[in-house]
Design a protein around this ligand. Structure first.
Ligand code: PEP
Ligand code: MG
Length: 296
């Protein structure tokens, strides 16, 4: 079966009736890059940058981060690389950030909230990303957005970074900027959010948790954690429609995107991109090649 899938390398991700979809890979480490190439992913749709921060006892420097982002951008040789900014807190604890004990960490100080409350940490990462953009096709994605003001504030901070880089004569290219849609609030204001960004990527892992009020980390609740719950599926449709209305693309980077029983439905819904673990790329391509969205 593996051998059969290998034959799909180099093929396009296009349905029988000519609908094309972007098929990217999720990575959580530089070591995953080999698998991305082997499985012929069209790009990286989610690079979980927090691995750079975890498992050490001090903040990674701008230079350290720059080298990593540059290497990924160069390795992917012009293919899209979407790097998600720092998403720690909740399930990913990092001692040196000094975030105290929280009653409800999933709803606490995590992801973009940390970045907005501690802009110096955020700016260090943005500077590294902007600099690395000169070496490939980089895009930046912000996690756990739930307010319009957050993206506006992010853009202000990004502008400051641009000005500082320009002032000191450091070369950069401005990367595309997108957001993760992973809170119900972001879904409900997706029409407004779409006007502010270049793309949406749906984080169904968190979106399911926050929509169904089910802790994604508690295995005892597995029977209730249902990422293809009709509430989540309708949200996905709403997000895609609002993205298209504003002329931007919308993809799925949560685990649900790899569910081959839903691929046809996602195609029919107009989902533009699926980003999945490298091993799921070719099985998804197979389904896409067999799909005719006219008969869904
Ligand atoms: C998600 O929430 O669906 C997602 C892709 O991000 P993470 O699993 O890293 O929270
Ligand atoms: Mg998430």
């Amino acid at each position: 079966k593996r051998e059969m899938l290998k034959l799909l390398r180099g093929r396009e991700n296009v349905t029988i009736d000519g609908k094309e979809i972007m098929l990217y890979a999720n990575i959580g480490d530089m070591k995953d890059l080999a698998a991305v190439m082997q499985n012929d992913a069209g790009g990286i749709g989610l690079f979980r940058s927090e691995f750079i921060y975890l498992g050490r006892d001090n903040y990674p420097t701008e230079e350290e981060q720059f080298q990593i982002y540059k290497t990924v951008a160069e390795t992917m040789a012009g293919k899209k690389v979407i790097i998600r900014t720092l998403d720690i807190g909740a399930d990913k604890q990092c001692e040196y950030f000094g975030i105290g004990q929280e009653e409800n960490p999933a709803m606490g100080l995590r992801a973009i909230r940390i970045c907005l409350m501690r802009p110096e940490i955020f700016k260090t990462q943005l500077r590294a990303l902007y600099r690395a953009s000169a070496y490939g096709n980089l895009a930046i994605m912000y996690p756990l957005i739930s307010n319009l003001w957050e993206i506006r504030r992010i853009k202000e901070i990004a502008k400051e970074v641009e000005q500082e880089l320009t002032l000191t004569g450091i070369e950069f290219t401005r990367p595309q900027q997108g957001i993760m849609i992973e809170t119900p609030a972001a879904v409900m204001i997706s029409e407004e959010l779409a006007k502010e960004v270049d793309f949406f990527s749906i984080g169904t892992n968190d979106l399911t948790q926050y929509t169904l009020a089910v802790d994604r980390q508690n295995p005892e609740l597995d029977a209730f954690y249902e990422p293809n719950h009709p509430a989540v599926m309708r949200m996905i449709q709403m997000i895609v429609d609002n993205a298209h209305k504003a002329g931007i693309w919308a993809g799925i980077c949560g685990e649900l995107g790899a569910d081959t029983t839903l691929t046809k439905e996602f195609l029919a819904m107009g989902v533009d991109e699926l980003s999945v673990s490298p091993g799921s790329v070719l099985p998804l391509r197979k389904i896409i090649l067999e799909t005719d969205t006219r008969s869904i």
